[in-house]
Every structure is written in structure tokens, then in C-alpha cells.
Design a protein around this ligand. Structure first.
Ligand SMILES: Nc1ncnc2c1ncn2[C@@H]1O[C@H](COP(=O)(O)OP(=O)(O)O)[C@@H](O)[C@H]1O
Ligand SMILES: O=P(O)(O)OC[C@H]1O[C@](O)(COP(=O)(O)O)[C@@H](O)[C@@H]1O
Ligand SMILES: [Mg+2]
Length: 461
């Protein structure tokens, strides 16, 4: 596919962009004789769909929106993903659909909204009545009884934090999970989880495909850390940033109200500092933001303590925000601690906030013996994710859930529903599972953090 925007003035040439549609797995790849059915939305009196209401394979979203028209560093082709939305024909008979929904990994604001909207969307738009919740993450497929869900039951779930279905880490046993899917006769599986969950979902999808099962698998990316690649942002992230403001404000008040006061806030962010970065930019009370993507150091020229010394002299107080995964290499730990992993295999972190607090006090004691100094450490980690989604995230969760449903009904499988450039798209699971969204420390946002805080760049002099 080509399109050729005409440019006026200085750039008279036509620029051709080669758009490459990204192929999505489809049930008919291995079940070629599947029957199609008219989408039941066609007869839903609330919708009255016209032909434009439906999307087709030719509706795509081009991933890249920024171009250098001088042709510098322009790749030869541009991936375009299928747009999410209802298709005129579906590959399921509504009366024969049996759905499983599971939530895995850590909490994230909006989980319950996604579950609710999956149930409501399936029930109201497609007439599905066999909908089951899998308890406690992947392990629940084979070790617990499923919970039957209906619209009445989930009515208020979007007003609750956490996940009513419960979640867990670990417990991924591919054989047992796919056996359970077969045993229970599920033909649609909706998986809500983060990077680890998505890697598991790819395996489940591959196994289902190799067994040639009539089962569509869709995932909805969940991560409070916003560390899943390709998509614009994950649900719950904005709520978490908003919630983090309260901790930063409290740290600021505490710091301001003491001679040489430091307010220290630890925010979530296992290997990416998005929450810390966005919270810093929106708060403007932060003097220094430490993220996993930037190695920092404490002592010497250009270090954290030299900077804070200066800030305390000038302002009398300072606020430091640290992402939980920052500075992990600096914290002394035993060999056993270095090997420690959670049940999913994620490295277990030491508390960077507590360590920093101790180091700050030690430094001050030596550098300014006898002078008053206070560090107030606030750790709101679970408070920013164990909350109800805000209005924007709730809407986002709804659109994600409905997008996933329309995609599965259309026979697509092994995909993730997510926002790309403000529109909802279907992305192959294996592609998204391997791409981490890290803070780009070379772009304007990080430069903006530096200009707001005037913090050091921690490039050793
Ligand atoms: N590489 C993997 N292969 C299969 N399953 C995985 C993989 N990584 C994680 N999982 C499973 O995915 C689930 C959630 O993973 P976890 O890393 O805890 O959270 P998240 O999905 O939020 O990143 C767990 O049940 C875990 O066992
Ligand atoms: O819930 P736990 O096991 O205490 O883990 C905390 C971790 O969960 C998170 O909130 C989210 O991580 P996941 O998206 O990988 O589940 C991280 O920010 C944090 O490091
Ligand atoms: Mg993760």
C-alpha cells in the first residue's frame, strides 16, 4: 500500500511512504472451513448499524506518525495495524460461545472495569451467556473452579479497585492451562496482564494453534508501570500518576516545614520510570527524579548529594522522587539477595527509598555535623495502584474490552487490543510481548524533567 502526501513550498516533491499491513493470526489459518455469521449487532435496535459502522481488513492505523521529510532515517516500510472495531461477519454462533476471562500479575487501576466491560459487551452486543471468570491468575485455569459471570453481577465492578477475580504471579503451566481450556469448552479466552502475562499468552496461543483448537485468544495489556511497548499507554497509568501527586505534595509539605528538610517519595516502576517522570512533570514540586533508565551516583562532583547540598542551601528543602527500580545496582546485597526472584521470575528489589534515606542521613552527619536535617520517606507504592480507575482510564478500559471482543468475534486470535496514535488497534501478541517501553532519555520529555528540576545528568565528570 502506498500513499503520497503532496507538500507545498520548500518541499515540492511527493513523498511516498510504503505502508506494510501487519498480518494478524486468524482462526481460518488452521480451521479453513469455519462458517461466518452475520454480526448480531446488525439486529440490535440500539445500534442501527450502517455500512460505515463496520470495519474491515483494509482499515489500518500506521504506527509511525512522525517523519523527516528530508528522508533522514526513514525506514523503507511502515507497519500498519488493523483497526479495532466490529466486523460485519463474525466467526462464532453467539449461542455457542463460552468465554474465559483471567487477570494475571500485579494490580492496576481499571482491571475490574475491563472485566465488567468484557462481560457487558459480550452479553449485550453479542448475546453471549456463558461467561466465566478464572480465579487467581493463570494457576486458576487448572486448580480452581471458574466463576460464572453475568451483567447483573458485574454492574458495579468499575467502582472497585483491584480485581474481583483475584490475581497471582507464577503458576504458569502450559499443558495444564490448555488442557483446562479444552476441558471446559471455552472457545474465547481473554487474558488481562502485563509483559509476563503476554509472554505466557503467546505460548497459550501457540499451543492452541498447534492443537488446532477452535479457540480465539486475545489479551488486554495491563501495566501500572506503562512498560508495554508499541501501545500509546496502558490503562491505569494515568490514575496512578494522579494518585502519586498526593504523596509528592505531602513530601513537599513535610520538607518545607523543617530546616534542611528532604521529602523522599518512592514510586512504582520496576524497570521503567514512566510513573516517576510523569508525576514529576505534573507536580513541579520535585527537585530530583531518579529512574531506572539513568544510572545515578551519590558522592562527588555531579552526584546527588552535591546537588541536594546546593538545593538545601538555596531553598532550605528538597523533594526527591525515586522509581523503585532505580539505583538497584548501588544497594549492597548478598549473593542470595541478588538471585532472589518472585514467583513469576521477576527480580526482587531492595527498598531503594529506605537505602537512600539511610545514605542521606549518613552523608549529612559527616558533611554537616550538628546541623538540623530531616528526611521524610513516603512509600505510596500500593496506594497508587490499589485504587479505582479515574474517568479517563475507565473509558479507556471500556474501549479496550470492546475492541478485544470485536476482534475475537471476527476470528482474529493471538492478538492484543491497544491504542496506537489515539485509535484502537489489533497487534500480534508475539510482537508486543517482546517490546519494552522504556523512558527515552534522549527526547524532550526527559530534557523537560531536567529543566524543571535542574538536576544533574549523572554523567561522571
Ligand atoms: N516467559 C513467561 N512464559 C510464560 N508465562 C510467564 C512468563 N513470564 C511470566 N509469566 C506468567 O505470567 C503471569 C504474570 O507475570 P508477571 O511477570 O508476574 O506479571 P505481569 O504480567 O504483570 O508482568 C504469571 O502467572 C507468570 O507465571
Ligand atoms: O505486586 P508485587 O508482587 O508486590 O510486585 C510489585 C510490582 O508490581 C508492579 O506494580 C507491576 O508489575 P507488573 O505489571 O509486572 O505486574 C511493579 O511496579 C512492582 O514492581
Ligand atoms: Mg511485568
Amino acid at each position: 500500500m502506498n500513499f503520497s502526501p503532496k507538500l507545498d513550498g520548500e518541499h515540492p516533491e511527493t513523498v511516498t511512504i510504503n505502508v506494510k499491513p501487519v498480518r494478524l493470526p486468524h482462526l481460518t489459518d488452521y480451521l479453513p472451513d469455519l462458517q461466518t455469521h452475520t454480526n448480531p449487532i446488525q439486529h440490535n435496535h440500539f445500534y442501527h448499524p450502517s455500512d460505515e459502522f463496520y470495519l474491515s481488513e483494509s482499515d489500518v492505523i500506521i504506527r509511525r506518525t512522525l517523519y523527516d521529510l528530508a528522508g533522514n532515517s526513514t525506514p523503507s516500510s511502515h507497519p500498519a495495524y488493523h483497526r479495532a472495531g466490529p466486523r460485519k461477519q463474525i466467526f462464532y454462533e453467539p449461542g455457542e460461545i463460552r468465554v474465559a476471562i483471567v487477570t494475571c500479575g500485579g494490580l492496576c487501576p481499571g482491571l475490574n472495569t475491563v472485566i465488567r466491560e468484557l462481560v457487558v459487551g459480550l452479553w449485550e452486543q453479542y448475546g453471549v451467556r456463558e461467561i466465566f471468570g478464572i480465579k487467581a491468575g493463570y494457576r486458576g485455569f487448572y486448580s480452581m473452579d471458574p466463576v460464572r459471570l453475568d451483567v447483573k453481577m458485574v454492574h458495579n465492578w468499575h467502582k472497585r479497585g483491584g480485581t474481583v477475580l483475584e490475581t497471582s504471579r507464577g503458576g504458569f503451566d502450559l499443558e495444564k492451562i490448555v488442557n483446562a481450556i479444552e476441558h471446559h469448552g471455552y472457545n474465547q479466552v481473554y487474558i488481562i496482564g502485563g509483559d509476563g502475562t503476554l509472554r505466557g499468552a503467546v505460548k497459550i496461543f501457540n499451543e492452541i494453534r498447534s492443537r488446532k483448537l477452535y479457540v480465539g485468544v486475545a489479551a488486554i495489556p495491563k501495566t501500572v508501570d506503562n512498560d508495554v511497548g508499541i501501545i500509546d499507554h496502558s490503562f491505569g497509568f494515568q490514575t496512578a500518576v494522579e494518585k502519586a501527586q498526593q504523596a509528592i505534595s505531602a513530601a513537599h509539605v513535610e520538607a518545607e516545614s523543617a530546616p534542611n528538610g528532604i521529602g523522599l517519595v518512592k514510586l512504582m516502576g520496576r524497570s521503567t520510570g514512566h510513573i516517576a517522570l510523569y508525576a514529576t512533570l505534573s507536580s513541579r514540586d520535585v527537585d530530583c527524579c531518579l529512574i531506572p533508565e539513568i544510572e545515578f551516583y551519590l558522592h562527588g562532583e555531579g552526584g546527588l548529594f552535591e546537588f541536594l547540598d546546593d538545593r538545601l542551601k538555596q531553598e532550605g528543602h528538597a523533594v526527591v522522587v525515586v522509581a523503585e527500580g532505580a539505583g538497584q545496582g548501588l544497594i549492597p546485597r548478598t549473593d542470595a539477595e541478588k538471585q532472589e526472584r518472585d514467583e513469576s521470575g521477576n527480580p526482587v528489589f531492595l527498598d531503594v527509598g529506605l537505602w537512600l534515606k539511610t545514605e542521606l542521613k549518613r552523608w549529612w552527619g559527616v558533611a554537616h555535623e550538628g546541623e538540623l536535617f530531616t528526611v521524610k520517606y513516603i512509600d505510596p507504592t500500593y496506594m497508587i495502584r490499589a485504587v479505582t480507575a479515574n474517568a479517563t482510564d475507565n473509558l479507556h478500559c471500556t474501549l479496550l474490552a470492546h475492541s478485544a471482543i470485536h476482534g475475537v468475534m471476527a476470528g482474529y486470535t493471538g492478538f492484543v487490543a491497544g491504542p496506537i496514535n489515539g485509535n484502537y488497534a489489533y497487534i500480534p501478541m508475539d510482537e508486543i510481548a517482546e517490546i519494552k517501553n522504556q523512558v527515552n532519555t534522549k527526547d524532550h520529555k526527559w530534557a523537560w524533567v531536567r529543566s524543571v528540576t535542574a538536576q544533574p545528568d549523572f554523567q561522571r565528570i
